[in-house]
Design a protein around this ligand. Sequence first.
Ligand code: KIV
Length: 263
Amino acid sequence: MKTIRDFAAAKIEHRPLVMVTAYDAWSAHLLAGTSVDCLLVGDSAMMVMHGESNTLGATPELMALHTRAVARAAPEQFIVADMPFLAARRGSAPALDCAAQLLRAGAHAVKIEGVRGHAGVIRHLVESGVPVMAHLGLQPQSVHALGGYTVQARNAAAAAQLLEDAAAVEAAGAFAVVLECIPKKLAGQVTSALRIPTIGIGAGAACDGQVLVLHDLLGFNPDFSPKFVRRFANGAALVRGGVERYARAVRNRKFPAAQESFS
Ligand code: KIV
């Protein structure tokens, strides 16, 4: 199993880190048999698994439920669980309670969006023995403040702020940072400036690693095709094809056959 030390080593050895989301036991079980470095129980579960239009409905209890399912099915994987909307904003004690819930459910680290106003909370968690992955750039929990899911830090002032935030999460003790939807040149600058690895999503190839939502990379959501996603499989066709073959077999009375029936 990987540890946070492997994240640091990967950066030193220029070995790209591979992170993928997992929300449930069956996909975690399949991912356990792959070479991915890390599973992310993202609060994107609210959108992917629960059909919401944003991540704000996630609660510590829901994230712990998803985390427990993933941890049961992939006990050898390094698991990061998202601290949900506002969980890091109410001060150190409630943040510790949430992190404890997620680590008791099987996570090895938590991920926290943003840093301005809660760098002290990140530091407190780290000093309490909770590894923290930071998340900068597009922060989906701030979707209403941002006015949508758009590329961030496109002007000089916002880029300078992001570099400052990146330095702040490293100083607070984060072991890695997700960079979401920022220009690739800026992601390269952050990656060079930090000792901790950067993990990009929509942040170009200069990051120390990449993360994608499993359902996006497998093509399970044919109606969702943002610029930064590449489909490595046609999951929608696979599912629909398999289910239609089953339906045809039932309607033709070809399923179940003798070998699928009890005598
Ligand atoms: O919730 C999530 O899936 C994430 C990734 C997009 C990085 O935070």
